[in-house]
Write a protein that binds this ligand. Structure first.
Ligand SMILES: Cc1cc2nc3c(=O)[nH]c(=O)nc-3n(C[C@H](O)[C@H](O)[C@H](O)COP(=O)(O)OP(=O)(O)OC[C@H]3O[C@@H](n4cnc5c(N)ncnc54)[C@H](O)[C@@H]3O)c2cc1C
Length: 525
C-alpha cells in the first residue's frame, strides 16, 4: 500500500466526480469519519488544509479517558460512552494506547473515601472494558509511586486507571487505515469553496493545493465539515447568515523532565485553586503538566500560551511536587483550542467549563453535515454517528459500521515499552530494515533524542510528511518534547527531506526559517 500524496492528488485530478463522502478536515474527527466511511465500502476522500492533526488533535493531554471530572458533574452518560470508546481504542490500537495508573494524593480526611467511591463507580461504568481497578493507598504507597509528591499533611491516596496515547501518531495511523480501506487522503490541501447544484444542494467542493498552488474540484454525495474550531468558516461558505456554532477554549500544557514526577505513575489534582482538574502525565520519557481552560476569541492554527496560564500551571504543580518546576525547566509549552459546541442560546460570559463537551452534529438545508465538539477518545463514535446521519439524508445504500473491531494501522499487541520505536507498532520492523539499508540512516538526529535519519525518510515516504513541521511536530514529537532541541535539528531534517522530495537549497532555507519562527512560541524565555 502506498501513502503517496502526489499520487493521490493525481488520482483526484483524474477522478473528480462520484465520491460518496468528501470530508473536510484531517484531525481526529475527519480521519475517524474517513476510516468509518471507507471501511463500510463508500468511495471516500479527505482533504486537510495543513497537516494531519496540525490543529487541536496534536495538542491534547494525551489521555484516552472517560473524564473523571464529568463524573463530578454527574454527566454519567457522557462518561460511560467515553469509557466504552476508551476500551475500543485500547483493543484496536494497542501499540498506541496504554493503560496508565493515576494517583490522587489525599490531604484532607474525607478525600480518600470520597474518591475511592467515585472512582469505583468510574470502574463500574467501564463494564468489561476496564483498564484496571481503582484502590485506596496508604501514604507510604503514594510516596513510593510518586517520589516527588509533597509529603507534608499527605494522608494517603487513591489510584485509578485510564488510557494514555500519542495523539498525532494516532492521527497518522488513522490516515493509513483509511487509505488501506480504499480512501484517498491528502494533506496540505485547503477547501476554498462549496459547490451547489441548481436546487441549492451541496454537490462538491473546490480546493487549493497549498504546496504547488494547483486547484481541485470534486463532486460527491455527502460533504462533511469536520474542521474542529474552524467549522464556522465552512458553514459560512454554505450560508453566510448562519450564527457561529463553536466557541474556542484554550488549554495549555507544559512539558518538563520526568524527574519532576520521579516515577511511572501519573498524578491527578481533582480540584485546583480555581476548581479545575490538573494532570501530571509521563509521556515519552517526559512529563506533561496541564491543562488550563480559558475562553479565547481567535480561531488560529498556532495558538499561543498566555503568561498567566503558564504561571498557573507552574504554581499548581509546585504545590503538589517537592521538585518545583520553574520557567527555565520547561522544555516545551503548547496551546490547543477546544472546539466547544456553544449552547443554542449562548449568553455572553458563559464559562467554557459549562459549555457542552459532547459532540454536536448538524445537517444544513443544503445538506452540509457538520460535526464538532467531543474529544479524541470518542472520535470513533463521533464518526459512526456522522456517517449514519449523512446516510439518512442521502440516497446511498446503508451499510453497517465496522470500526468497533477494525484494527488500526500499526496494530501490534505487547508493543508497549519506553523505547520510542514501539510507537510504530508493526511498522517498527520496516523502519529497522530501512535503517539497515544505509549506515547513515541509523544516525541519531540530535543527542537529546533517539530519533534517526531513517525516521525522517520513513515519514516522507510512508506518512506523507512534506514540511519540517510535519516531521518534527507530528511524526516524531521532537517539538513537543524539547522545542529548543527541535530547532537545532531543523537544518539536518531539511537536508534529508530536500533529498527525498527533490527540493533545492532555497526550499531548505525557507523551511528552516518557517519552522524556527513557529517554534519560538513553544519555547519559554
Ligand atoms: C488542551 C486540550 C486538551 C485535550 N485533551 C484531550 C485528551 O486528553 N483526551 C481527549 O480525548 N481529548 C482531548 N482533547 C480534545 C481533542 O483534542 C479534540 O476534541 C480533537 O482533537 C478535535 O479534533 P477535530 O478533528 O474535531 O479538530 P482538529 O484537530 O482541529 O481538526 C480540524 C482540522 O480541519 C482542518 N481544516 C480547517 N479548515 C479547513 C479547510 N478549509 N480545508 C481543509 N481542512 C481544514 C484543520 O487544519 C484541522 O487539522 C483536548 C483538547 C484540548 C484543546
Amino acid at each position: 500500500m502506498e501513502f503517496n500524496r502526489e499520487k493521490f492528488i493525481d488520482q483526484l485530478k483524474r477522478n473528480e466526480s462520484d465520491w460518496d463522502f468528501i470530508i473536510i478536515g484531517g484531525g481526529a474527527t475527519g480521519l475517524g469519519i474517513a476510516v468509518d466511511a471507507a471501511s463500510r465500502g463508500y468511495k471516500t476522500v479527505l482533504l486537510e488544509q495543513s497537516d494531519f492533526a496540525k490543529a487541536t488533535s496534536c495538542r491534547s493531554t494525551k489521555l484516552v479517558h472517560g473524564g473523571v471530572r464529568y463524573l463530578q458533574k454527574g454527566d454519567v452518560r457522557l462518561v460511560r460512552e467515553a469509557l466504552h470508546e476508551r476500551g475500543f481504542l485500547r483493543k484496536n490500537a494497542p501499540h498506541l494506547v496504554k493503560s496508565q495508573r493515576f494517583i490522587i494524593g489525599n490531604y484532607l480526611w474525607w478525600e480518600k473515601p470520597f474518591y475511592t467511591i467515585g472512582l469505583t463507580f468510574y470502574d463500574l461504568l467501564s463494564g468489561t472494558m476496564g483498564l484496571g481497578h481503582s484502590k485506596p493507598m496508604s501514604k507510604n504507597e503514594v510516596i513510593k509511586c510518586v517520589p516527588q509528591i509533597v509529603r507534608e499533611k499527605l494522608k494517603g491516596g487513591v489510584s485509578y486507571y485510564d488510557g494514555q496515547f500519542d495523539d498525532s501518531r494516532m492521527a497518522i495511523n488513522l490516515m493509513q487505515t483509511a487509505v488501506e480501506n480504499g480512501a484517498v487522503i491528502v494533506n496540505h490541501t485547503k477547501v476554498s469553496k462549496l459547490l451547489k447544484d441548481s436546487d441549492g444542494i451541496i454537490s462538491g467542493i473546490t480546493a487549493v493545493d497549498m504546496i504547488d498552488g494547483g486547484s481541485l474540484e470534486l463532486k460527491g454525495q455527502c460533504i462533511i465539515n469536520a474542521t474542529g474550531i474552524f467549522v464556522d468558516s465552512i458553514i459560512k461558505m454554505d450560508n453566510p447568515e448562519e450564527k457561529p456554532l463553536v466557541r474556542p477554549s484554550q488549554g495549555v500544557h507544559l512539558v518538563v523532565d520526568n524527574s519532576f514526577l520521579g516515577g511511572e505513575d501519573a498524578i491527578m489534582v481533582p480540584k485546583t485553586s480555581d476548581g479545575r482538574v490538573m494532570f501530571g502525565v509521563p509521556w515519552h520519557n517526559r512529563v506533561i503538566l496541564g491543562t488550563t481552560d480559558v475562553p479565547v476569541k481567535d480561531f488560529v492554527l498556532e495558538p499561543v500560551a498566555l503568561d498567566e496560564e503558564v504561571d498557573f500551571i507552574l504554581e499548581t504543580a509546585g504545590r503538589y511536587l517537592t521538585k518545583k518546576p520553574q520557567r527555565k525547566d520547561v522544555l516545551c509549552v503548547f496551546a490547543g483550542l477546544r472546539p466547544l459546541a456553544a449552547p443554542k442560546k449562548n449568553s455572553n460570559g458563559t464559562k467554557t467549563k459549562e459549555i457542552s463537551r459532547s459532540h454536536k452534529l448538524l445537517v444544513s438545508h443544503s445538506g452540509l453535515v457538520t460535526i464538532t465538539g467531543g474529544k479524541w477518545t470518542t472520535y470513533r463514535r463521533m464518526a459512526q454517528d456522522t456517517v449514519n446521519i449523512a446516510l439518512k439524508t442521502k440516497k446511498l445504500p446503508s451499510r453497517p459500521c465496522k470500526t468497533k473491531k477494525l484494527k488500526i494501522h500499526g496494530y501490534l499487541k505487547n508493543s508497549e515499552g519506553i523505547e520510542w520505536l514501539n510507537i510504530y507498532g508493526s511498522d517498527k520492523d520496516k523502519i529497522f530494515l530501512l535503517q539497515k539499508e544505509n549506515p547513515l540512516y541509523e544516525k541519531k538526529l540530535h543527542e537529546a533524542f533517539d530519533f534517526t535519519v531513517g525516521e525522517v525518510i520513513w515519514a516522507v515516504r510512508e506518512e506523507m510528511a512534506r514540511t519540517i513541521d510535519d516531521v518534527l511536530s507530528r511524526r516524531v514529537r521532537a517539538l513537543y518534547l524539547d522545542a529548543r532541541a527541535s530547532v537545532e535539528m531543523a537544518p539536518v531534517v531539511a537536508e534529508i527531506m530536500a533529498e527525498e522530495l527533490k527540493e533545492d537549497k532555497k526550499w531548505e532555507t525557507r523551511q528552516i526559517n518557517e519552522f524556527t519562527e513557529m517554534a519560538k512560541a513553544y519555547i519559554l524565555s
